[in-house]
Design a protein around this ligand. Structure first.
Ligand SMILES: [Zn+2]
Length: 237
């Protein structure tokens, strides 16, 4: 497959992602065939970002611009306009079911692993369309990353299952965890007759039958899972 790799760095597909999580998805799917630049870096606030002149240059040079959508990047359209960019805009959240935050859509959709899967598939399809010669590589990279997300989904569910129902609370300074609490994951199983009420209690939306937790496995490395869950809680967007 080495023949399909670009020989020089300047031959790579130029991608811009609006913030670091989208950039990470794009790097995992694009691998060596892409060059990914992010506008808002780690610890930056994508809600209130003020673009710098250098950002217009990044956008002008990009083949694809990957955005979250759902109203997160209100500052972007003026930047794209001023950059005179011909880049294709890819909305990574396309196809997710938005939850409401007051009157608006909650933009933090990537916080559920099921939604992150949709983001990755959207980015994969955009890369395949923009660079058909790399289709096989993008699909293989995406498959590998989606398998990682499946494992993450199982770890999160196992960690949550170990927390008593009444203590499943998230305290945060930023309202970013609504989708995490819903966990509408593509890999979760429908409820079975043997489900206990404890397993039905999380996530809180009872209409989402497919979001019911899978069978908990109390003997599967509880300490590691708990640490992992705390790490998840530390992620904010
Ligand atoms: Zn946020």
């Amino acid at each position: 497959m080495t023949a399909a790799l670009p020989a020089r760095a300047q031959d790579r597909l130029n991608l811009v992602a609006t913030f670091s999580i989208l950039g990470d998805f794009a790097r995992n799917v694009g691998g060596e065939r892409v060059s990914v630049t992010t506008l808002v870096g780690p610890n930056g606030d994508v809600h209130v970002y003020t673009p710098a002149p250098a950002d217009a240059k990044k956008i002008a040079d990009a083949k694809l611009v990957i955005i979250n959508g759902l109203g997160l990047e209100g500052w972007l359209s003026r930047l794209v306009q001023s950059a005179g960019s011909k880049a294709t805009m890819i909305t990574a959240s396309q196809g997710i079911t938005p939850r409401k935050l007051g009157a608006d859509a909650d933009p933090h959709a990537w916080q559920s692993v099921g939604n992150a899967r949709i983001y990755v598939v959207n980015i994969r399809d955009a890369l395949v369309a923009a660079d058909p010669a790399g289709a096989g590589i993008y699909r293989a990279n995406a498959d590998r990353y989606l398998a990682n997300l499946d494992a993450l989904d199982r770890d999160v569910r196992a960690a949550v299952a170990q927390i008593p129902e009444g203590r499943r609370k998230v305290i945060s300074t930023h309202d970013a965890f609504g989708y995490f609490a819903m966990m509408p994951s593509a890999i979760s199983r429908p409820p079975m007759a043997s489900n206990s009420s404890r397993r039905r209690a999380f996530p809180p939306n009872p209409k989402r039958a497919h979001a019911t937790l899978p069978r908990s496995s109390p003997r599967s490395k509880p300490r590691k899972s708990r640490r992992f869950f705390l790490k998840i809680l530390a992620i904010r967007g």
